[in-house]
Ligand binder design. Structure first.
Ligand code: HEM
Length: 420
């Protein structure tokens, strides 16, 4: 088991383990390399990878420590943003950088986060409950019992895209576009291929134009005054006056990409994970009061975003490691959530795990997920509506997984429903 002192183990004492390799995720065998890293080199310099050199931070404590130092460990988009995809300060061929507040440091970050945060407060989220429940019920009631279907398409995507369409007041019939844009936006594998990056840019531009049109429409329409959808709220906010159109669009992209893949893959993780642990599934079926805790446990176990990255703004000594200005640092939430120091038997799902909430799936510190409550609402509602109908998901074959070290999830998953 790792101890705090292990944090200072130097990279030379264990060969670098490059955990960005896509096959680790498509084949679902990332667990062992991260176990090795946590045990022998929880902070390790990896000089070579498809995404360039980086520091790999893989245990719970140093990730929290680093996230609490946002001035030293910057998220700034000018350094290439919050995934390992881009280089620090050199643009890749066809790379365009978009300002958005997840990729900003204080004071810019503080002001812009303040604009949207009230839309995700407890009162606002409580007001979304009824609509979320009705929509979830409708999706579940349309599913076949005892017949194979793709859970990702029919449940996870349908519910999360529907929620975002409601949140933004996006035209309902065109909501599938949100799914497509989000998929392009979150796909970091496109970054190292200039043609793929150009295709991604085209999609992001299409999305930007669609939202710019909605923005114009709501600006022109006095109905925006007092409008409750997120676009109207942003238009009415004081901080809006200080935001360029580019930043406004960047932040909308952030909200869509941030809110879509992540919640989607938690819903798919619920189906897959509980199928892996049938005794835990039964425990939850017998005691629906466990649902809120089970939601946290599934978010921990799945870790829908495997990492976020930071860039050093100054040379520093971090637990004995000589980090240099400009170095890129990957914070592996996926590994912190399996840290044996924090979670007993971490690879197992335990729906009644006492400290499930200590997971880092939402990040930590000033950038901690602003949409966490909306994600929790959607998951709690799904679990509750499944329980009401006494529905159980049986996974029929290994799912197809996302081939990347950023979005950690499933492309498709054949399942069959039964009742209990
Ligand atoms: C930030 C995860 C759902 C919007 C983040 C961060 C993570 C994360 C890891 C960055 C933390 C950091 O850099 O320290 C998740 C997970 C979700 C989820 C696992 C679902 C289970 C959502 C939803 C929305 C959303 C539903 C909005 C509709 C955002 C935004 C930020 C963010 C705007 C930027 C916050 C900031 O920089 O201050 N999320 N997220 N997320 N998330 Fe989420």
């Amino acid at each position: 088991m790792a101890t705090a002192a292990d944090l200072t183990v130097k990279p030379a004492e264990i060969d670098p383990i490059d955990v960005t390799r896509a096959e680790l995720y498509t084949e679902d065998r990332w667990q062992e390399p991260f176990r090795q890293l946590r045990r022998h080199a929880p902070i390790q310099w990896v000089p070579e990878s498809k995404y360039g050199a980086y520091w790999s931070v893989s245990s719970h404590k140093p990730i929290q420590h680093i996230e609490a130092l946002p001035k030293l460990f910057s998220s700034d988009w000018r350094y290439g943003g919050i995934t390992l995809a881009a280089e620090s300060d050199t643009l890749l061929p066809n790379e365009i950088r978009q300002p958005m507040f997840i990729a900003m440091d204080p004071p810019e970050h503080t002001a812009q986060r303040r604009t949207v945060a009230p839309s995700f407060g407890p009162g606002e989220v409580a007001a979304m409950k009824e609509e979320c429940r009705e929509r979830t019920a409708e999706v579940l009631d349309a599913l076949p019992i005892g017949k194979a279907f793709d859970w990702v398409q029919r449940v996870s995507i349908e519910l999360t895209t529907g929620q975002l369409a409601k949140l933004f007041g996006f035209p309902w019939e065109e909501r599938h576009k949100l799914t497509e844009w989000s998929d392009y936006g979150g796909d970091i594998t496109m970054f190292r291929d200039a043609d793929a990056l150009a295709a991604r840019n085209a999609k992001m531009q299409e999305m930007g134009m669609a939202f710019a049109a909605l923005w114009q429409e709501r600006m022109a329409n006095q109905g925006a005054a007092g409008g409750k959808d997120l676009i109207s709220v942003m238009i009415q906010s004081d901080a809006m006056n200080h935001m360029s159109e580019e930043e406004f669009i960047g932040n909308l992209i952030l909200l869509i990409v941030g809110g879509n893949d992540t919640t989607r893959n938690s819903m798919s993780g619920y189906a897959y994970g509980l199928n892996q642990f049938p005794e835990e599934r039964e425990k939850l079926e017998q005691d629906p009061d466990l649902i809120p805790n089970a939601v946290q446990e599934i978010i921990r176990w799945q870790t829908p975003l495997a990492h976020m990255r930071r860039v050093l703004t100054e040379d520093t000594d971090m637990f004995g490691h000589d980090m240099k200005k400009g170095d890129r640092v990957a914070l592996w939430y996926i590994s912190a959530n399996r840290d044996e120091e924090v979670f007993d038997d971490p690879d197992a799902i335990r729906v009644d795990r006492e400290n499930a909430r200590r997971h880092l799936s939402f990040g930590y510190g000033i950038h901690r997920c602003v949409g966490a409550r909306v994600a929790e609402l959607q998951l709690i509602t799904l679990f509750e509506e499944m329980a009401k109908r006494r529905l159980r998901v049986n996974v029929l074959s290994e799912p197809e997984r996302v081939p990347a070290c950023f979005v950690h999830g499933y492309k498709s998953m054949q399942v069959e429903l039964s009742t209990y």
